[in-house]
Design a protein around this ligand. Structure first.
Ligand SMILES: [Zn+2]
Length: 510
């Protein structure tokens, strides 16, 4: 590598692009990044906008590891306490999980625990399919109730929280830095007006001391998920879960915290207030936020019919469009995380082709390695330069368009050489493809996705049909060969006759 680039990200807290300098180093001097990224609330299938934000976290981890850093990566699952109006200043409304259970889709679940389990498992399947790195820890809010209760108790003892007949509230007045992340929250009147404009039925607790105060614990002995606390039966607020779980797995003062831009206020502002009031230390030094995506130039919404979950694309037909999940991954990465991103079907189609090209080149290189033709490596230096370019682009505030362009340029170069690749060049090319894949995850899965419709298993069936078709053609049984071609097409493959025999590739149906 030419020289190690400096990893820089836009820091919402300082409002500038900052070099990331982890506070800790391992015994041998390796930087150790301690990183927390807010995960989803598991009341529905995750949509493509959620995953764009999870992909930002994934790229941060991949970039840090490519730089040789040690990482501890924590991302949570919110399975209790996220209220429908939590995006308002006054957390009220209904628990999203409870609301989902009462909906039409919710009727197939035995109870709320069953619903949480189902959508958590769906999330993990989508996560693996889109080739996101597994976090070191994926804590669930419902499995961390006791430390949340203890944190609330401590906040009461420190004078940062108080009790009313409805719950326990954090006293914003007790934390003068409230608003330092978002620039919001200092002016109570403006906040209340803003909240009222957004929601007609903001339920306010008349005993709250300040309209900005937010719930740490809700008293509710009728809630479907409830725990016993010093304040009776109830459940924790959404914000306290992340402060507590970040502290549990990463310590009171962490390097980097990430999430979608909708979390800046109030969620992350509240996390800071809680965590810093508990520890007296700065909570996170860097904050990275992913912009929302639009679909075909419009805000994604169910009423507009342009709302897409991950499974709408990757699930087998008829439920989904049977798209290569790596093509969806590449599409979601194709715009830089901090810029508004317009998801279009044209971009998706382009990226299906890009992933196909990378995979074709990967196969070409495998063949050339197997053949091992004599000769010296003649591409290694140019490929190394392209890898350096890709890594430098990601270090530059995750400039994914530039990193992807470098990867595609390398693929084009290798494709151009084609069957003239000698063994030495192919081995260098394979190393390059492995490096690019470790960085961007767009050529093949780091781990084989484990699911009922395992592509490997399907691969076996497909290969059997291909072999049978080649045998039929060799025996001049064209009727049988045509029937087998139809069967492959039926399974969603494009069938090509080549001098090497039958070749197939996934049909694009988007
Ligand atoms: Zn969070």
């Amino acid at each position: 590598m030419a020289s190690t680039p400096t990893f820089q990200l836009y820091n919402t807290l300082t409002r500038r692009v900052d070099p990331i300098e982890p506070a800790e180093q391992t015994a041998d001097g390796t930087p150790h990044l301690r990183f927390y990224s807010c995960g989803p609330t598991v009341y529905a299938f995750a949509h493509i906008g959620n995953f764009r934000s999870f992909l930002t976290a994934d790229l941060i981890v991949r970039t840090a590891r490519a730089l040789g850093w040690d990482t501890t990566y924590v991302t949570n699952v919110t399975d209790v306490g996220h209220l429908t109006d939590d995006d308002m200043t006054d957390p009220s409304g209904e628990d999203r999980m409870v609301k989902a259970l009462r909906s039409k889709e919710g009727q197939r679940f035995a109870n709320i625990w069953d619903l949480a389990r189902y959508y958590t498992e769906a999330l993990l399947r989508d996560w693996r399919a889109l080739n996101l790195q597994e976090p070191d820890v994926r804590p669930r809010a419902t499995e961390h109730i006791r430390p949340q209760i203890l944190a609330v108790q401590q906040l009461i003892e420190n004078g940062h929280a108080y009790e009313t007949s409805q719950g326990i509230y954090f006293s914003v007045e007790s934390f003068p830095d409230y608003g330092k992340l978002s620039g919001r929250g200092q002016d109570a009147e403006a906040l209340v007006e803003g909240a009222a404009a957004q929601s007609r039925d903001v339920v306010t607790d008349p005993d709250k001391r300040d309209p900005r105060d937010f719930a740490l614990w809700k008293k509710d002995d009728a809630h479907l998920m409830q725990w016993h606390s010093p304040w009776g039966w109830g459940f924790p607020g959404w914000h306290i879960e992340c402060s507590v779980m970040a502290n549990e797995y990463l310590g009171p003062s962490i390097d980097l915290h990430a999430g979608g831009e909708d979390l800046i206020f109030p969620h992350h502002e509240c996390e800071i207030a809680q965590a810093e009031s508990l520890s007296g230390e700065p909570f996170a030094r860097y904050w990275a936020h992913t912009r929302f995506l639009q679909v075909e130039g419009e805000k994604m919404s169910k009423s507009k019919g342009n709302f897409y979950t991950v499974r709408d694309f990757i699930a087998p037909e008829p439920e989904g469009r049977d798209l290569d999940p790596l093509a969806l991954r590449l599409t979601l990465l194709s715009g830089q995380y901090r810029k508004p991103f317009n998801f279009t079907f044209d971009t998706l189609r382009d990226n299906v082709r890009h992933v196909q090209r990378l995979q074709d080149v990967d196969a070409l290189v495998d063949d050339a390695m197997a053949e091992d033709a004599p000769g010296d490596d003649f591409l290694g230096e140019r490929l190394d330069a392209l890898y350096d370019k890709a890594l430098a682009a990601l270090c530059d505030d995750l400039n994914t368009p530039a990193a992807i362009a470098a990867a595609l340029e390398g693929a084009k170069m290798l494709g151009g050489v084609g069957s003239n690749l000698n063994g030495a060049t192919a081995r260098r090319a394979k190393d390059w493809l492995d490096q690019i894949n470790a960085l961007l995850g767009i050529i093949r899965h780091d781990e084989t996705p484990a699911s009922a419709d395992d592509p490997e298993e399907e691969g076996l069936d497909v290969q059997a049909l291909i072999d049978e078709r080649d045998a039929a053609r060799a025996a001049k049984d064209y009727e049988r060969a045509d029937a087998l071609r139809d069967a492959l097409q039926e399974m969603g493959y494009e069938v090509m006759d080549t001098p090497e025999g039958t070749q197939v590739r996934r049909q694009v149906r988007i």
